[in-house]
Design a protein around this ligand. Structure first.
Ligand code: ADE
Ligand code: ZN
Length: 319
């Protein structure tokens, strides 16, 4: 029985497995530049975040209808249930779809259809987090939040993702203020490839309640002290960090140091179809590669519920 856990860093578009990509391509009459699933899988040799993002955005061409988004999310939830996931807070990238002419309502209603029946079908409670693409403009982020206004009841938070370096959190001050006013919680990717100063900005300028990745905080002791003091959770994605070469090998991953420092770290999967594993696979990988005992693994699982946007009763029920 896999240990019960909450998945807090999961891009739904990053769960698009090659088999489903080909099935959706056929359903929608979209031509993929790969002949077979094996050929597509061979393209998964990334050298950094951007080389991954290029393929990640290209493959989204197969996602066109509400059914596509519902099928994608349902397939993810079925897999996650098999890996002990009891609660999932799921990112999506609306701008990557609206830029291709897919309406934001199609995206959100499709995802929401799968999420609404997830507890009954898969035993997983869910929340949805709208992410802004940080390599797009601040105006585009504001337009996206406006376009999402009719669907706010489906959303629990906003996030910030895509190409980090050169796109600091401060660029998105205004849209985060608007999101807070709309009653949404705030998270942001920071300190994945970008410097510790981006984590400071996410905290002090965007007011985030959780940091995605955040692994580069270990370079700045004052930042670590701040994150510990304020109990700010960090959603760490070990397999992703290795595949995108943010760390050299799993054995070099700073996760044990982060736990020892008293940080509220969780283990998540980021883009599991691309990085070799879902939430349980990430737990298994760190268990084998790092000096973490059963106690540390239980702490990581417990942290995932503490860091979730659940009240105490909901967290107890989910765990
Ligand atoms: N979008 C999907 N995965 C991402 C990652 N690891 N970092 C930034 N943006 C992303
Ligand atoms: Zn991510």
């Amino acid at each position: 029985m896999p240990i019960p856990k909450a998945e807090l860093h999961l891009h739904i578009e990053g769960t698009l497995e090659p088999e489903l990509a080909f099935a959706l391509a056929e359903r929608n009459g979209v031509q993929l530049p790969y002949a077979t699933t094996d050929e597509l899988r061979r393209a998964y040799s990334f050298t950094d975040l951007q080389s991954f993002l290029d393929l990640y955005y290209a493959l989204m061409a197969v996602l066109r209808t509400e059914d596509d988004f519902a099928d994608l999310a349902d397939a993810y939830l079925a897999r996650a249930a098999g890996q002990g996931v009891r609660h999932a807070e799921i990112f999506f990238d609306p701008q990557a779809h609206t830029a291709r002419g897919v309406d934001i309502g199609t995206v959100i209603e499709g995802l929401a259809r799968a999420l609404d029946r997830s507890e009954e079908r898969h035993g997983i409670t869910t929340q949805l987090i709208l992410c802004f693409l940080r390599d797009e403009s601040a105006e585009s982020a504001l337009d996206t939040l406006k376009a999402a206004a009719p669907y706010l009841h489906h959303l629990s938070a906003v996030g910030l993702d895509s190409a980090e370096v050169g796109n600091p959190p401060s660029k998105f001050r205004e849209v985060y203020e608007a999101a807070a006013e709309a009653g949404l919680r705030r998270v942001a990717h920071a300190g994945e490839e970008g410097p510790p100063s981006y984590i400071w900005e996410a905290l002090d300028i965007l007011g985030v309640q959780r940091v995605d990745h955040g692994i580069r905080c270990v370079e700045d002791p004052a930042l670590v002290a701040r994150l510990v003091r304020d109990r700010i959770p960090l959603t760490v994605c070990p397999l992703s960090n290795v595949r995108l070469r943010c760390v050299d090998t799993l054995a070099d991953h700073p996760l044990p140091r982060m736990l020892d420092a008293g940080l509220l770290v969780t283990v998540s999967s980021d883009d599991p179809a691309y990085f070799g594993g879902y939430a349980g696979d990430n737990f298994d990988a760190v268990r084998h590669a790092l000096p973490l005992d059963e106690d540390a693994l239980r702490t990581l699982a417990r942290n995932s519920f503490l860091a979730a946007f659940l009240d105490a009763d909901e967290a107890r029920r989910a765990a």
